[in-house]
Design a protein around this ligand. Sequence first.
Ligand SMILES: [Zn+2]
Length: 240
Amino acid sequence: MRVTQNGNLLQLTWFPHFFPVNCYLVIEDNELTLIDAAMPFSVKGIVAAAAKLQKPITRIILTHAHGDHVGALDELKRQLPAAKVYISERDADLLRGDRTLRADEPQMPLKGSVPKNITTVPDVLLQEGGLIGSLQAISTPGHTPGSMSFMDQRSRALIAGDAYQTFRVTAVAGTIVPLFPFPAMATWHKESALASALKLAELSPAVLAAGHGNMLTEEPVQAMKLAIRQAQNSLNKGGR
Ligand SMILES: [Zn+2]
């Protein structure tokens, strides 16, 4: 596991060179917030990284309910029973293994690995604008119907889940990056993903921290705008 720190944000990465999977620890005054729960084998590394910081993980926030973001959830919750689990109201369905679309949603089939055997029940269902410590919840549907991103109000670091990827190139969810197409292949609805990507760029984050790829700390908005233009072009060409 690779650890990269940027201020109050720690990125933990597995397989950084060929299939990077990230989760994040957000350092608060007396505690830690974990964003995403990576893969089942990630438990040890997450617990060790928190121990090094000498603060307890009191919250586990999920950007969305795909398998590579919730893999360690049940075991973490077993080891950290006091930690509260947060996910959007919408993706809480996916976390239970329910792939049913709602009547008011684009009727495109959900993609990606929706877990079938997670037993953890979320403690808090997130809404747009909700505050979790220093983090503000931002609704960013597209990759999944209930995907959420989180802006650290102190540093303007944006933890975007899979709304963007930064591995190989920075891309909006749904844009196929030939050398790393997996997040795109797991994206539910490209038009919504593009709208969410625009919403995030307009917030002018200082850091872009995605689910797959390194943190962007130099002019992330420029990379996001370029990614948005590429996503727009591909949608205009009828790419789905
Ligand atoms: Zn992912």
